[in-house]
Each structure stands twice: as C-alpha cells, then as structure tokens.
Design a protein around this ligand. Structure first.
Ligand code: FAD
Length: 394
C-alpha cells in the first residue's frame, strides 16, 4: 500500500498537464499511472494544430489561455530543454456562400469581442499568405496570427519532465484496474502493481475513459472514432511560413498544414470511422480514402493535383455527443475528477485544461467555470454543440 494525495490515470498530454499543474499549485504526493508510456497514446497521433477559433465561446477562452502557455513554454516551465515544437505560422479559415458562412462570421465577431487578434482578409490578401491555395469562391476569410501548430508528444513529455522535477512520481507500464471506493467516495486505485490510496483521482484516460463506466456504473458518453491523416508531397512546397488552413467549403471540412517543411499534412475535420471499443491500433488507409481526400485537396490546391502520397496514418478521437469534453467532478462519486472526450481538439486546450482540472482536484476555484463541461449536460439536454455541426472545429 502506498498513500498519495492525488492519483492521475493517464500520461497523455492532458494527464501530464494535470500532473504538472497539481505540482505547481502545491500538491505534494502526486502519482501518475500509465499502462503505456508518457505521450504514447492518442497524443502521439495529434496533428498539433493550435488556434483559438471556435464557435463555442468557452473553448475560445480555454484555447486563448493555452496559447499563452505554448507561446512561452520553456520560460513558463522554467526549463531550457522544454519545447512545444511551436511553429507560429497563423491560422486561415475560409467559407464560401452556404451554411458555414454565418457560423464563421459569428465566431470571428465573438473572437474579436474577446480581444483576440483575428483579421478578415480579402482573397488577394489570403493568397499572399498561402499562394498554393485558391480563394476565388471565398465569401469570408479569417486569419489568426497568434496560431499555428506544435508537437503534442513533446508537450506531454515536457509537462511530464516538469512534473517530475517538482516531485511527481510517474509510473509507466502500470495499469489502473479499478477504483477503490470507501463510504461512497474514491479511496484510490487498484493497479497492476497493487493498491495505491488517495482521496482524489483524476481520470485523463481519453478513449479508455469508458473504463470509468465499468468501474463505477456512471455513464461515460464517449466513443472511439478513427481518423485518417495524409502527408502529400506536391510540386510546390507547403512551407512552414504558410498558415494552417481550414476549408469550411470542402465536403470533409479539410484542415491542412505544413509537414516536414515542404509537404502538406491533411485530414478531414468531420466524423470518422466509429470503432466498437477503445482501440488505438493503427488502422487501414484505403486507396479510396486517399483518392477521396486527394480530390478535395486538388480542388482547393490546384497544384496538388499531381501530388504524391508521402505517408499516411490513423489516429483515434475520443468523441462525445456534442464534440466537446467532459471536465470536472462527477457529483455521484466524490473524489473523482475527469477530463475526457476531447473529440479531436484537446491538444490546443491541454495547458489550460490541465490547470483547471488540477484546481478542481485540489478544491480550488477554477480559472474558468467548468459548469458548461459537466457530464450533467447530456442528461439535462444542455449540449455544448458548436455551430459547424459534427467535427473537431467545434
Ligand atoms: C489524428 C488526430 C489528430 C489530432 N489533431 C489535433 C489538432 O490538430 N489539434 C488539437 O488540439 N488536437 C488534436 N487532436 C486531439 C488531441 O491530440 C487529443 O485530444 C489529445 O492528445 C488527447 O490527450 P489525452 O491525454 O486525453 O489522451 P492520450 O494521449 O490518449 O492519453 C491517455 C493515456 O491514458 C492511458 N490510460 C488509459 N486508461 C488507463 C488505465 N486504465 N491505466 C493506465 N493508463 C491508462 C493511456 O495509456 C494513454 O497514454 C488530434 C487527435 C488525433 C487522433
């Protein structure tokens, strides 16, 4: 038996951020358990895009606070070797006439009202920033300069290193097998390495959060969804100075960014392949899927008509019914705090989410209200749905 103040299950970018912030907030005996390795779960599959653009204002606030951390990462972690791998290339988002236009207009106006630097560009101005793209049908284009992409694995491992330097114990290769309960509240974790006692447990288990339902009977509305990502080598480079691009006009609501300095990383931002259970194994990327995404790319980036497929991979989202996470205490079980259901957009929120979950775990006021993210919203019908429909842009 071993006594701790807080146990975190999961050492992805969320769990490592929670652990780091717990230590920063003064928690003493913090233990992190992961059945695999730091950052090796779905975080290692992330496309890494950072933006504050959302149609859900609560997400804008979490993303804004997180960007402030990404932007000064090593300094804030007080660690010269910490790195987010940040590429500050900005974020372009465009919609043609049609159903996505009004949501885009409203989201940009909301960002501006919150003081976020987001500009409206003409097609000619957009073309200057992303000359390999075409904007002739764009009815509205937004550009966020304080945005770009980073590396979720690096961020997870930097938070883990920061947590360890502040006294946190991280055990890799140790599986949480059930929650220990006593007098109607959490008392610790039973693991593959025996019993660990703690009055507070934070679950940062991503698609494996369904284990909470198995352990406690409390519904966990999250399902695993597989997504395909391609790296394309075109005749012209998608350089690192070119912004991330979100194409609200394409059937798959494509997102694209520079990859490796010259290639394009591209994926669809709509619903993916529903899996029967939490399974993070690599899946197939069929030739039909490559052709389907490639055709959308060629339509928007004419010179990519002759692009070659450099590589492809899959990754799994933890999707909730409204494509937004569940954050905070579960009132049915005192002592349990959860952070799951990031629905393909959790990396950009991870610094702020780690801090608010740590605050919740320690019984402190949270920087932003967690009420909109409560599990209760699904029972009460107060969904946190974005205006773009299903998809990670939320
Ligand atoms: C293809 C893809 C592209 C993405 N692109 C973006 C993007 O551009 N921008 C963005 O913001 N987000 C993006 N995301 C989402 C983002 O990467 C995730 O939301 C984030 O990485 C999730 O982190 P996590 O810590 O919740 O999960 P994970 O990294 O999966 O960590 C969960 C950990 O919990 C551990 N665990 C679970 N159960 C147990 C147990 N019982 N015992 C011990 N350990 C356990 C697992 O081993 C795992 O390491 C993308 C995701 C994918 C898949």
């Amino acid at each position: 038996m071993s006594q701790h103040d807080v146990i975190v299950i999961g050492a992805g970018v969320i769990g490592c951020s929670v652990a780091y912030h717990l230590a920063e907030l003064g928690a003493q005996r913090v233990l992190v358990l992961d059945r695999g390795q730091v950052g090796a779960g779905t975080s290692s599959q992330s496309s890494g895009i950072l933006r504050t653009h959302y149609s859900v204002p609560e997400n804008v606030e979490l993303a804004r606070r997180s960007w402030q951390v990404f932007d000064r990462f090593a300094e804030l972690l007080d660690d010269d070797q910490a790195s987010a791998g940040l590429v500050k290339c900005g974020y372009l988002i465009a919609a043609p006439e049609g159903p996505k236009l009004e949501p885009l207009r409203a989201a940009i106006a909301a960002q501006q009202a919150m003081g976020i630097a987001v500009q409206r560009l003409s097609p000619a101005q957009a073309l200057e920033r992303l000359p390999i793209c075409r904007f002739d049908d764009a009815a509205l284009i937004g550009f966020e300069p304080e945005a770009g992409f980073a590396d979720a694995y690096l961020v997870a491992s930097s938070f883990a290193r920061g947590a360890r330097r502040r006294g946190v114990t991280i055990l890799e290769g140790v599986e949480a097998q059930s929650l220990l309960l006593s007098e109607g509240r959490v008392a610790g974790v039973m693991s593959s390495r025996g019993r660990f006692d703690a009055p507070t447990v934070v679950s940062a288990q991503n698609i494996w959060a369904t284990e909470i339902e198995r352990w406690t009977g409390i519904a966990t509305p999250v399902r695993a969804e597989r997504h395909r990502v391609l790296a394309l080598a075109g005749p012209q480079a998608y350089s690192r100075t070119m912004p991330v691009y979100k194409d609200l006009g394409s059937p798959g609501m494509l997102y694209c960014r520079s990859y490796g300095g010259t290639q394009m990383l591209v994926s669809e931002g709509t619903a993916g392949e529903a899996l029967d259970g939490p399974d993070n194994e690599p899946g197939e990327v069929s030739i039909d899927q490559v052709i389907g995404i490639g055709a959308q790319v060629a339509d928007r980036f004419p010179c990519f008509d002759s692009a070659g497929l450099a590589s492809s991979w899959t990754g799994v989202y933890d999707v909730t019914p409204d494509w937004n996470p569940v954050l905070g205490h579960l009132p049915e079980l005192p002592g349990l705090v959860v952070g799951y259901g990031f629905s393909g957009h959790g990396f950009k929120l991870s610094p702020a989410v780690g801090r608010v979950l740590a605050q919740a775990a320690l019984g402190l006021p949270t920087d932003v209200s967690l009420a909109p993210y409560a599990l209760e919203r699904f029972r009460a019908g107060r969904l946190l749905s974005g205006r773009y429909g299903s998809g990670a842009v939320s």
